[in-house]
Write a protein of this length. Structure first.
Length: 114
């Protein structure tokens, strides 16, 4: 369990770095943390983050830009509304023009949290 907690903390530190108006994927986070097969664990960390302040969990989506975690935000449209408030267009629970909004920590950051 302690190993999971450490991984979760690394995920949270990284998610806090996602700029407003950008999104990343569970897989991109896992790859950055040198754990490419752990995208699902990143999802679990995001699910567990809702009681922790200053974690913009709404900026983490699946690799197709789908709002797969939206049901964890306490309402069907809260995640979408948060993203739209940052200028991201969402139609049918999917970010439009994902390539324009995608933030890849492997490209944007030097070795920071590894």
């Amino acid at each position: 369990m302690l190993q999971h907690k450490s991984f979760y903390l690394k995920v949270y530190e990284l998610v806090r770095l996602i700029p407003e108006g950008k999104v990343t994927s569970y897989g991109a986070i896992a790859r950055y943390l040198s754990s490419s097969k752990s995208a699902r664990m990143v999802g679990w960390a995001m699910n567990a983050s809702h009681n922790i302040s200053n974690i913009p969990a709404h900026r983490v989506v699946n690799k197709q830009g789908l709002l797969t975690g939206k049901h964890h935000f306490g309402g069907n449209n809260i995640m979408q509304q948060l993203l739209e408030n940052e200028g991201i267009v969402v139609i049918n629970n999917q970010i439009q023009h994902l390539d324009l909004f995608f933030w890849d920590p492997n490209e944007e950051l030097t070795t920071f949290l590894k």
